[in-house]
Design a protein around this ligand. Structure first.
Ligand code: HAM
Length: 419
């Protein structure tokens, strides 16, 4: 029996990968315009990093991590997200001593042991960006502007930006208690998970998809009513700056995030086109995270875009490989001996050239050229070798030119450059 891949972990095949490359390049271009530099961190980290940052009582840490012991009995985990590893790297390399502001981006696979379904996988890919060192609500707004800029440039229309504030260590405990007081009398009407969450992570109850839980929390107090003055002012200023530059958003006071490190501004780019998986990108501010990991007291904010979801949203709007400039149909050993160095020299000049490598008939070579959508086809057989001239067919307008074999490389280069 042949070996198959792991459930929830996908191959990205030629034909699809061009769209991925396009989106990755777009992110590189846009993020670097805003001053972000790429950072590449390992796929595996010490388990403790994720327990301390994402939070012990989150779904990710409780049940979704790929955790294993290595041969020295260290507990390691395949990264379920990128923020914690990037902060670990920031602290380890003392990046704040090099520059008071770090703008970093990253892309790559993340791993969560979730139940696979459309838009939800066990290996998935994120493109993320993080800014460390700026408190001002201006940067919250700019991060959101950059995210919207990226979605616009990627041609994704059916998404909307939702924002919320989760407060800070000063005001969140008060709200948390308010919510516990509200939920406790309703305990029996909640699902088993939420009954547990009242004690461990009550804000997550607001996010539960079970209809009875939704109903029970419909009139729950809003976190926005419990913000302290500082958090409230910050949130108002973020909105002011978004309005200044015309970035659309709506406020969703029920948006709680699945990771514990957030403070103040949180946000999601949501869609109705991916069934249960509505968030295509998400993020927020995490002012206490770096310090809680043993680093300097530096504020941070960032987001991650789910690449699989982005690609699904683009639907059939695929990027295709560029067409070959020329296909050389060579008939016989001697013709192939002429074609091979010619192809090599044109390839090194940047033209996209292909030829037949296995001695197929002219008919089948022309069929191949057609399938590849080659712009031009050069036919070289015994007759052409004897005559010293070969026909060059333009496949788009069905015209033909004769080119001299002795000046083939220069003539072809000229013709291909002309288009
Ligand atoms: P997150 O909300 O857990 O946040 O994930 C961000 C995005 O990754 C989601 O909106 C979704 O598009 C994608 N995603 C998550 N899980 C899956 C999955 N199982 N299959 C496919 N796509 C998935 C974070 O990871 C934070 N680190 C974001 C952040 C950066 N916050 C601040 N900076």
């Amino acid at each position: 029996m042949s070996i198959t891949g792991i459930k929830g972990m996908n191959d990205i095949l030629p034909g699809e990968v061009e769209t991925w490359q396009h989106l990755e390049q777009l992110a590189r271009d846009i993020f670097s315009t805003y001053g972000y530099a790429e950072v590449r961190v390992p796929v595996v980290e010490k388990t403790e990093l994720f327990c301390r940052s994402i939070g012990e009582a989150t779904d990710i840490v409780e049940k979704e991590m790929y955790t294993f012991s290595d041969k020295s009995n260290n507990s390691l985990t395949l990264r379920p997200e990128g923020t914690a590893p990037v902060m670990r790297s920031f602290i380890q390399h003392k990046m704040h001593t090099l520059d008071p502001v770090s703008r970093l981006y990253y892309m790559g696979p993340m791993f969560r042991y979730e139940r696979p379904q459309k838009g939800r996988y066990r290996q998935f890919h994120q493109i993320g960006a993080e800014v460390i060192g700026i408190d001002s609500p201006l940067i919250d707004a700019q991060v959101l502007v950059m995210l919207s800029h990226f979605f616009d440039a990627a041609g994704i229309k059916d998404v909307s930006l939702q924002i919320n504030s989760l407060g800070c260590p000063e005001c969140r405990p008060g709200y948390r208690q308010m919510l516990i007081d509200f939920l406790s009398p309703k305990r029996e009407t909640l699902c088993a998970d939420c009954q547990r969450r009242i004690d461990t992570n009550p804000l997550r109850v607001l996010d539960c998809k079970v209809p009875t839980c939704k109903e029970a929390t419909a009139k729950a107090p809003s976190i926005l009513d419990g913000l302290c003055e500082g958090c409230n002012d910050h949130f108002t200023a973020v909105q002011k700056h978004l309005k200044q530059v015309g970035t659309d958003y709506s406020i969703n006071p029920r948006m709680v995030r699945g990771l514990d490190y957030y403070t103040k501004t949180t946000f999601e780019m949501v869609t109705e086109n991916l069934g249960a998986q509505s968030a295509v990108a998400a993020g927020g501010r995490y002012d206490g995270l770096i310090q809680s990991l043993g680093g300097p007291a530096q504020p941070g904010i960032g987001f991650a875009i789910g690449l699989e979801r982005l690609v699904l949203l683009r639907g059939d709007n695929r990027i295709t490989l560029p067409r070959p400039d020329l296909f050389i149909a060579a008939l016989g050993d001697e013709a192939r001996d002429l074609a091979f160095p010619l192809m090599t020299s044109l390839l090194t000049k940047g033209f996209k050239i292909d030829m037949d490598f296995s001695g197929k008939s002219l008919k089948s070579q022309l069929r191949r050229a057609d399938k590849l959508q080659a712009r031009k086809v050069l036919i070289v057989g015994e007759g052409e070798l004897a005559d010293g001239n070969a026909p060059l067919r333009d496949m788009d307008n069905a015209t033909q030119k004769t080119v001299s074999l002795t000046r083939l490389a220069t003539e072809l280069e000229k013709l291909l450059t002309e288009g």
